[in-house]
Design a protein around this ligand. Structure first.
Ligand SMILES: [Fe+2]
Ligand SMILES: [Fe+2]
Length: 262
């Protein structure tokens, strides 16, 4: 059994960042004891060095190994230099048990739009050519439009090409963030799990801060959404040998608890 927690978009330095939420999530993560924690970008609000240092003061309290890609906010004001100095490489590959994770930087300096770029496709395909029981790709921007995120301009510019690279490489799961709306899509045999913001009140409509927990056991994968201080919901459950979707994602607002809120 491998458990990977996926948090995204903490946005330390933003007036909407809530320390109490981040502190709670760190406590919940340390109680859960996952094998790894993936952070899919937007650690900061403006990419400033002090914001990175403030983020690290939180991240260093997470007991599990943390693997992080940058988001568009982290690349503002040449913040990607601080990312490289303080966080680590902007693209990486790591094995957690027999799970292979590959993370890339989809941000562009001072732009909100993202792209990976064809120059990186061979490297991505090569990392996934390594035999692994489960292959996970980590990226900040969306690969498919996410409902409830407004007019679509949040997918990477080369989403079609990249999707094809990933599907051909046998990727099972993509972990992404960016617009703070949790959602899961299935495309071919690949599941694309977008996380909400873990600790910011920059939320859309009735969505709430949350994060995802992926568990992999034998051939079975489960992705659950956890609300800090609250309960958790199943987002997707599937078998690698039988990738038919068994659990349909509820519409975003319904899944966020709007029915109860009304
Ligand atoms: Fe964000
Ligand atoms: Fe973002």
């Amino acid at each position: 059994m491998v458990t990977i927690a996926h948090i995204s978009d903490p946005h330390v330095g933003s007036p909407y960042f809530v320390p109490n939420l981040m502190n709670r999530v760190i406590k919940e993560l340390n109680e859960l004891g996952p094998d790894a924690v993936v952070v899919s970008g937007d650690l900061t609000a403006e990419g400033f060095r002090q914001e990175y240092k403030n983020w690290l003061a939180y991240a260093e309290r997470i007991e599990a190994p943390v693997h992080t890609v940058p988001g568009n906010h982290d690349s503002r004001n040449v913040g990607y230099l601080h990312f490289e100095d303080l966080i680590g490489p902007r693209q990486w590959v790591v094995d957690v048990g027999d799970v292979r994770l590959v993370g890339v930087d989809s941000s562009e300096p001072d732009l909100n739009e993202g792209k990976v770029g064809r120059v990186h496709y061979p490297w991505i395909a090569e990392q996934f050519s390594h035999p692994a029981a489960l292959k996970i790709f980590v990226i900040h921007h969306h690969l498919l439009p996410i409902p409830g995120t407004g007019r679509e301009r949040s997918t990477v510019m080369d989403a079609g090409d990249l999707l094809e690279v990933l599907i051909h490489a046998g990727v099972n799961v993509v972990l992404s963030g960016h617009k703070h709306v949790p959602y899961v899509w299935q495309l071919e045999d690949m599941y694309i799990a977008n996380a909400g913001t873990v600790s910011s009140l920059r939320v859309r409509g009735y969505t709430k801060p949350c994060y995802n927990i992926l568990s992999f056991d034998g051939d079975s994968v489960e992705i659950r959404r956890k609300f800090p201080f609250g309960d958790e919901h199943l987002m997707a459950r599937f078998s690698l040998f039988e990738t038919t979707r068994r659990h349909r994602e509820a519409p975003v607002q319904e899944a966020a608890g709007v029915a109860e809120a009304r």
